[in-house]
Design a binder for this molecule. Structure first.
Ligand SMILES: NC(=O)c1ccc[n+]([C@@H]2O[C@H](COP(=O)([O-])OP(=O)(O)OC[C@H]3O[C@@H](n4cnc5c(N)ncnc54)[C@H](O)[C@@H]3O)[C@@H](O)[C@H]2O)c1
Length: 260
């Protein structure tokens, strides 16, 4: 590796697909990847909202397009990757970020609640990884970044009333390792980021209970919630050649939560 270290983060000539990109962390992942030179596909269930993010990327001097896609539907995922190929001639980076949470007592969970969360958070990651890896394989390599969570089971933290969510994130952790092993031969790296508590619309229900939120953040070594951009910095590292010897790895970005 004879590159200047600052060139390691350069993504010029690369194409990145970000799912769940209309808001929250997905939106800032688009900014990070575009700032580093990648052409970005802003993908989510609402095209109009994606277009707004595309506009923001362009205002920063980057290049992006919006593609509507529900990650839980195979035909929509395949069409999204096909359109990416048509517009940008390939896919080099996939950020599996789309996700939903629903805080519900275990005994009140309906089968539909389980199916919805597992289909988006787990099956959706599989469908996107499979469709994107097919294209990466043709191109000679790529990087898949899965967004998990510190709440993925066996991590030492309790996350009440979120059985399907925690199950889905545990599945994503397993999928990351298994895919890393299967795809290394194609020069496709697969890594996992586990965010702690990050200030996005997803945690609005948590914010409603100010006392509970305060007692959680106060026990974190860094004493605050994370910002979406602080996760995007990790995405940028895993997307780029700076992480060329990493696959199947877990990166916790959690303000020290798991260090307690
Ligand atoms: N915010 C946190 O504290 C936190 C912590 C750990 C992990 N995460 C994970 O980070 C990721 C991003 O979450 P966020 O916090 O930015 O939340 P968010 O709710 O702001 O963003 C999630 C995005 O996923 C999209 N989405 C939902 N269903 C979809 C579907 N079927 N197809 C495509 N897109 C869909 C939503 O439209 C939304 O834009 C998620 O995977 C989440 O589980 C969040």
């Amino acid at each position: 590796m004879k590159k200047n270290f600052k060139d390691l983060f350069n993504l010029e000539g690369k194409v990145a697909v970000v799912t769940g990109a209309r808001r929250g962390m997905g939106r800032t992942h688009c900014f990070a990847l575009a700032d580093a030179g990648a052409r970005v596909v802003v993908s989510d269930i609402d095209k109009k909202e994606c277009e707004k993010v595309v506009e923001e990327v362009r205002e920063r001097g980057g290049e992006a397009i919006a593609i509507e896609c529900d990650v839980s539907k195979k035909e929509e995922v395949d069409a999204m990757i096909e359109k990416t190929k048509e517009e940008y001639e390939g896919v080099d980076i996939l950020v599996n970020n789309a996700g939903v949470v629903d805080f519900k007592n275990f005994f009140e969970l309906a089968e539909e609640d389980w199916d919805r969360i597992i289909n988006i958070n787990l099956k959706g990651y599989f469908l996107c990884a499979q469709a994107a890896a097919e294209v990466m394989k043709e191109k000679g390599g790529g990087s898949i970044i899965n967004i998990g969570s510190v709440a993925m089971g066996q991590s030492g933290i309790g996350f009440p009333n979120a059985v399907p969510y925690v199950t889905s994130k545990g599945g994503v952790a397993g999928m990351t390792e298994a895919l890393a092993v299967d795809l290394a031969i194609y020069n496709i790296r697969v890594n996992l980021i586990a965010p702690g508590i990050i200030e996005t619309p997803m945690i609005d229900p948590v914010k409603e209970d100010e006392e509970a939120l305060k007692s959680l953040t106060e026990k974190l070594p860094l004493k605050r919630m994370g910002l979406p951009e602080e996760i995007s910095a990790g995405v940028l590292f895993l997307a780029s050649d700076a992480s060329s010897y990493m696959t199947g790895s877990l990166m916790n970005i959690d303000g020290g939560w798991l260090a307690i």
